[in-house]
Design a protein around this ligand. Sequence first.
Ligand code: X90
Length: 277
Amino acid sequence: MIKLVADSSCDVHTLGDIPFSAVPLTISTDDGQSFVDDAQLDIPRLLSHLREHKGRSYTACPSVSAWIDSFGKADTVYAVTITSALSGSYNSARVAADMHQQDHSSASVHVFDSLSTGPEILLILEKLEELTAQGLDFDQVVAAVEAYQKKTRLFFSLHSLHNLAQNGRVSKVTAAAVGVMNIRVLGTASEEGTLAPLTKARGDKRAAASLLELLLEAGYKGGKVRITHVQNEAVALEFAEHLRAAFPQADIRVSASGGLCSYYAEKGSLLVGVETD
Ligand code: X90
């Protein structure tokens, strides 16, 4: 049996017909509350708790044993993690993969470091679904996905970098420039898997126009697009309409961010995963 797994930064809990599970990261506040990023998580409640909470908040990646549990009895496992440059999730999954292979000598596990998050991971998962359905063997799937990763990108528009800075995922200098006067930071996941700010825009309309420009500069020509938003569906749908006007054939889908991306991207943000060329 083949199984796909990803950590919950992928924003989905099911994936077509193929066996799939999302392994939750955890968000916690220093008043002792902890929120497991699974299908039951009430994201509006998480965000309102964070808004009212004056203390610190943290996240934690899945443990080795949580990854091993997710592999189950599958003999072929493809796992995808959030960028190893910002999280321990990849390392945790790698250790789990080695242990699983020691216990099941016939099992094959590959862990892909997305060097990204959210909608770009979803693109990778959908590609895995497609390739495994075609019956490619393990090495062919791994090679094809690695090649695919070179052609996908992540762009974002963020309203605040507070939680990213609080947890050391961006510098305080970068974070200080945002969060005032409707400023959004537009940027991308760098090749190294870090957050790379590119430009700023005032207000959602200008931010959407800049996002579109970034996509075009990156070589977007009508491939798949997956857009996620943090409590900002109207703006996400409007952005999708703009794209469709320019690329009527494009496969573009909009959905809500899961808990982990909602925590870090914060309310109002858009994340856009795209296929280029
Ligand atoms: O291990 C952990 O506790 C999780 C840490 C995750 C830190 C980064 C999450 C980023 C989420 C923010 C906007 C997009 C940034 C893309 C950079 C690759 C989303």
